[in-house]
Design a protein around this ligand. Structure first.
Ligand SMILES: Cc1cc2nc3c(=O)[nH]c(=O)nc-3n(C[C@H](O)[C@H](O)[C@H](O)COP(=O)(O)O)c2cc1C
Length: 391
């Protein structure tokens, strides 16, 4: 479908619209990445090294995209990856949840999100709650229990974070809250983006930059920096901590951020049910290869025991097919839906999901596959050295 004012035809176009619409600091917070941006770039570029082996004629009339992930039926294998407080749109994660529900897919909600888990689960019951190892065991468990009571169907524990804070293109300033002083400071860049400002003004609220899911029941929502400070003070997670939380949760449980086959085996020993091969979108240790390069090694190590997903660099339906051909059960997307939401709110997120669905359908047709479940490594050409030989 050709682009119109209300519809973009690629994720690249969504990104261009987001750049035009968002204040510079907000846009840069979504570009994110660390240090030189090697990993963030490789997440995307590595997909381009993979080729397809298309069939001609005798192609199936219909293609099956539906699957299950962590016990949830999804209409196609693209899920929403959890992303933290963004100030992209006043409806925030609730808009994302509605869009994902409308497209028949599940959502990961960040513990650093701007909307409470109760509101988001009401908008999409196919919800997985994401946590970092932050606070003592009692607080960690209480946050997980709050999410369970709200209806979360699974837990995602993200392990890949080393508090790296430098970017060659400049980390944007993040205000603690929007008060008069900060309003004056950010006014020049915000006033240049009247449409972004207008959506917040119409909603009756400015971005408040609190993280309500870091509060225990009865506590006020802390600010982003307060929660981040608690996290920085927390002793780093050990595999025995993960095994402990996994046992307490007693339901679908994903560890997100694995690159190495040996870590994947440790995660399986800790009892997880799913792994996402991920580099945190290139926001952690710069120089880690793009996630898709690490996928085959992890699949070979543990793919017969747990569900293996991938996130990082997915911008097209053909990327999803490449990941599935290399053994992923599904993928999760981050920036793609954030660009979509910045471009056009809830409809923009649906637009992105729809682009990925159509792209998958076309790619499967070209490959002569009637189902995502029939994809194998034979469907892609993998150049020598692609996987960087992890094992
Ligand atoms: C702005 C931003 C915020 C993020 N916040 C979180 C978060 O709170 N928790 C988490 O597990 N991952 C977070 N991530 C990582 C994403 O879940 C995901 O791993 C990554 O975005 C995938 O790469 P992609 O953006 O290329 O799709 C964040 C990523 C971005 C870009």
């Amino acid at each position: 479908m050709a682009s119109t004012k209300d519809w973009f035809e690629t994720v690249a176009e969504a990104q261009a619209r987001a750049k035009k619409r968002l204040p510079r600091s907000v846009y840069l917070a979504l570009v994110a990445g660390t240090e030189k941006g090697l990993t963030s770039r490789d997440n995307e570029l590595a997909f381009d090294e993979l080729g397809f082996r298309p069939h001609m004629a005798d192609l199936p009339e219909k293609r099956e995209l539906a699957t299950t992930v962590m016990g949830q039926d999804v209409s196609f294998p693209v899920l929403i990856s959890p992303t933290g407080v963004q100030a992209v749109h006043p409806d925030g994660e609730v808009a994302v949840a509605r869009a994902a529900a409308a497209e028949g897919t599940a959502m990961g909600l960040s513990s650093f999100a701007s909307k409470p888990v109760e509101e988001v689960a009401a908008a999409n019951p196919q919800l997985f709650f994401q946590m970092y190892w932050c606070g003592d065991r009692d607080r960690i468990l209480a946050r997980a229990e709050r999410a369970r009571a709200a209806g979360a169907k699974g837990l995602i524990v993200t392990l890949d974070w080393s508090f790296a804070s430098r970017r060659d293109w400049g980390a944007p300033p993040i205000p603690e809250k929007i008060d008069l002083k900060n309003a004056v400071k950010f006014a020049p860049e915000v006033l240049r983006k009247p449409r972004w400002l207008a959506t917040f003004v119409r909603s009756g609220a400015l971005p408040d930059l609190t993280v309500p899911n870091m509060a225990l029941p009865g506590e006020p929502a802390p600010g982003f920096f307060g929660a981040y400070f608690e996290w920085m003070q927390t002793p780093l997670a050990r595999w025995e901590d993960i095994a402990w939380l996994r046992e307490k949760w007693d339901g679908p449980f994903m560890v997100k951020g694995i690159s190495r086959p040996d870590d994947a085996r440790r995660a399986v020993d800790a009892g997880v049910t799913a792994i996402s091969v991920s580099t945190h979108g290139g926001n952690n240790l710069d120089g880690t290869p793009g996630a898709i390069r690490s996928l085959p090694g992890v699949v070979d190590a543990v793919g017969d025991r747990v569900e293996v997903l991938l996130d990082g660099g997915v911008r097209r339906g053909s990327d999803v097919v490449k990941a599935m051909a290399l053994g992923a059960r599904a993928v999760m997307i981050g920036r793609a839906y954030l660009w979509g939401m910045a471009a056009n709110g809830e409809r923009g997120v649906q637009n992105v999901l729809s682009i990925l669905r159509s792209g998958m359908n076309e790619t499967l047709m070209g490959l002569g596959k009637s189902s995502v479940h029939d994809l194998t490594r034979e469907d892609v050409l993998v150049p020598p050295g692609f996987t960087r030989d992890w094992s």
